[in-house]
Design a protein around this ligand. Structure first.
Ligand code: DHB
Ligand code: FE
Length: 290
């Protein structure tokens, strides 16, 4: 039996959320409603722990600088160190990779005409570790191997929504052609509306975010046609991180002619730091729970 995609998970990755967790502030009035929104997710994850996660995120000038800017990069390493982003590395477990599945995905996706950069050594920043913390809490080790897929959404030009959706479809094909019965989740992270600098710093657009979530669930093919400038104008300069959610969405069965996923959890909260936090869990409707 081959590997299969069982679910996709979407969440913001705000660094202050990591700091709140690491410094035991989750019960404080400011943070409590945010973390309460992830309680059902942690329960769901305990019941649906995958064998591996393809975690789509963006590096924030941590592993990559302006010296080198891969549009799409896949981590093929056995381990990834937790990055020091200026305050020392977060006190979270080292990230274990899945070199064999990652190499297979790289091979398959490149043969499907995507130019992936192969990364054999990379520190992972809040873009990857904060989503893990939100979904798994504070374990001694992460419960499964992680394959990081880093997307450039920091320096223009950034990939289109359509290309991201298509990459998700290619990742699904790659997973389904892996000759081991693994339960694999694909995660899309970043967003939702936020702008961290300039005259519009602090921008939040709850109406845009709600419409994005609705369309991501029900009409991803048309959502993929949204041009960059719409994200920039409506969701702020860092709202463009949302294109990464289309990679995870593209990996779901309905975009390959299968049935629509079921919404296991949907959550939205403003604010966390400067960002509107959005979160979705979509499970394949045909997927049996392990
Ligand atoms: C914030 C949000 C981000 O997505 C990020 O990468 C850094 C900071 C924030 O809201 O503070
Ligand atoms: Fe970010």
């Amino acid at each position: 039996m081959n590997a299969r995609v069982s679910a996709s998970v979407y969440t913001s990755h705000v660094p202050a959320i990591g700091a709140a967790l690491d410094n035991d502030k989750t019960a404080e009035p400011h943070w409590e409603p945010l973390f309460a929104g992830y309680e059902p997710s942690k329960v769901w994850m305990r019941d649906n722990t995958p064998d591996a996660i393809v975690l789509v995120y963006n590096d924030h000038a941590t592993a990559f600088s302006l010296d080198m800017i891969p549009t799409f990069a896949i981590g093929t390493a056995a381990t990834y160190a937790v990055a020091d982003e200026g305050w020392g590395p977060r006190p979270v477990p080292e990230v274990q990779g899945h070199p064999d599945l990652a190499a297979h995905i790289a091979h398959s996706v490149i043969q499907q005409d995507f130019d992936l950069t192969i990364v054999n050594r990379m520190d992972v920043d809040h873009g990857l570790t904060v989503p893990l913390s939100l979904m798994f809490g504070r374990p001694d080790s992460w419960p499964c191997p992680i394959i990081p897929v880093a997307v450039n959404v920091v320096q223009y030009p950034v990939p289109s929504g359509q290309r991201c959706l298509n990459l998700g479809k290619a990742i699904r094909n790659a997973i389904e052609s892996y000759d081991e019965p693994l339960n694999v989740q694909v995660w899309g992270t970043g967003g939702m509306s936020h702008q961290l600098q300039g005259p519009r710093a602090g921008l939040i657009n709850a109406e845009f975010d709600a419409a994005f979530l609705d369309q991501l669930i029900a009409d991803p093919a048309n959502l993929a046609l949204k041009p960059h400038v719409d994200y920039l104008r409506e969701a702020g300069s860092e709202g463009i991180e949302l294109v990464m959610w289309l990679i995870a969405r593209g990996a779901m069965a309905d975009l390959a002619g299968g049935s629509a996923p079921t919404v296991e959890h949907r959550f939205y909260h403003v604010p966390a730091s400067n960002t509107a936090v959005g979160h979705l869990i979509l499970a394949e409707s045909g997927a049996e729970t392990p």
